[in-house]
Design a protein around this ligand. Structure first.
Ligand SMILES: NC(=O)c1ccc[n+]([C@@H]2O[C@H](COP(=O)([O-])OP(=O)(O)OC[C@H]3O[C@@H](n4cnc5c(N)ncnc54)[C@H](OP(=O)(O)O)[C@@H]3O)[C@@H](O)[C@H]2O)c1
Length: 295
């Protein structure tokens, strides 16, 4: 049976480290990390995410503000709001919760955020730095996956990592992180997507399989090499009359069959999920440290 990679415990460790470092930054530099959330519209899931992130900020001693804007907000008004936070010295990180209403150009909005305050790591400038291997603010979920591996004693160096999914928020950035010629990376990386045809043909070759396709339990145990490490990013809600509320969360990997062949695996929930907020806090601390005045 596979060892369970406990994302809740690892995320709690990171949050504790961030809290301690925040105390130190306040004491030594007089700087309190500040994070601004912008929420446009009334998407209930987005409201929950922003609420959770704001609470996490308070727990580690950050200053945070949440700007709730109506669905009808114009692109121009949103861009002005971002410009205000870019110029605000008490704000070191800006997070615009996605998705945005259809009339707003997401690309324009992400590009309006000062790259130094881009704690989601989605600004094309930061994406470029990541690709060429320079230090930068990295997208939270992929950065969290690397932390999960390293803090579980799994060194990806020299391993064949197969990433299923090529989104800009998970698949492409995790592939780029692990591809770098650097400590904690240096993997041989394959990315698969819908153009691959037979997904299992590729997943079976993985020493480390990272599943980010958003399809409930599409990857079964017989699609995984014996002894592989499985990181399941998928977060899919499925109907289950036996579950409380009639639904439950499952990953992209069928846990029961996969855990019989893998050497280590992340559960859903409790694997990758908790790492995203932990890494957002870490990014904000990094951004605040970099922006702190030098004496
Ligand atoms: N914190 C977290 O835990 C966290 C954060 C982000 C996302 N997630 C979850 O991770 C999953 C992926 O999210 P995402 O935003 O990356 O999804 P996405 O934007 O929908 O991208 C899915 C990717 O998977 C590929 N794909 C879909 N079906 C496939 C198949 N049958 N065979 C091979 N490739 C296939 C797609 O290929 P094409 O490019 O060819 O269409 C696409 O590249 C979702 O369940 C999401 O909820 C969790």
């Amino acid at each position: 049976m596979a060892r369970i990679i406990d994302g809740r415990r690892i995320a709690a460790d990171i949050r504790k480290e961030v809290k301690e470092a925040t105390g130190e930054l306040k004491r030594t530099q007089g700087v309190t990390p500040g994070l601004a959330f912008i929420l446009v519209g009334e998407n209930p899931a987005s409201q929950v995410y922003v609420g959770m992130k704001g609470k996490a900020c308070a727990e580690v001693g950050f200053h945070s503000v949440t700007e709730v804007m109506p669905d009808s907000t114009s692109e121009e008004t949103l861009l002005k709001k971002i410009a205000g936070f870019n110029a605000d010295p008490a704000i070191h990180g800006i997070l615009v919760q996605l998705p945005l209403p259809g009339h707003i150009d997401e690309r324009k909005v992400l590009e309006a955020i000062d790259p130094a305050k881009d704690v989601d790591g989605f600004h094309p400038y930061n994406v470029g730095l990541l690709v060429i291997g320079n230090k930068t603010l990295r997208p939270c979920t992929p950065a969290g996956i690397q932390e999960l591996l390293l803090r579980s004693g799994i060194d990806p160096a020299g391993k064949h990592v197969v990433v299923a999914g090529r989104s800009n928020i998970v698949g492409k950035p995790i592939a780029n992180i692990l591809l770098q010629k650097a400590a904690g990376a240096n993997s041989v990386v394959t990315i698969v997507h819908t153009g691959a045809g037979d997904l299992g043909r590729y997943t079976r070759m993985a020493d480390i399989l990272i599943a980010a396709v958003g399809k409930p339990e599409i990857i079964k145990g017989d699609m995984i090499k014996s002894g592989a490490v499985v990181i399941d990013v998928g977060t899919n809600r499925i109907e289950d009359p036996a579950a409380k509320g009639g639904t439950r969360l499952v990953g992209d990997v069928e846990f029961e069959s996969a855990s019989k062949v893998a050497s280590a695996i992340t559960p859903v929930p409790g694997g990758v999920g908790p790492m995203t907020i932990a890494m957002l806090l870490k990014n904000t601390l990094e951004a605040a440290t970099a922006q702190a005045p030098r004496f």
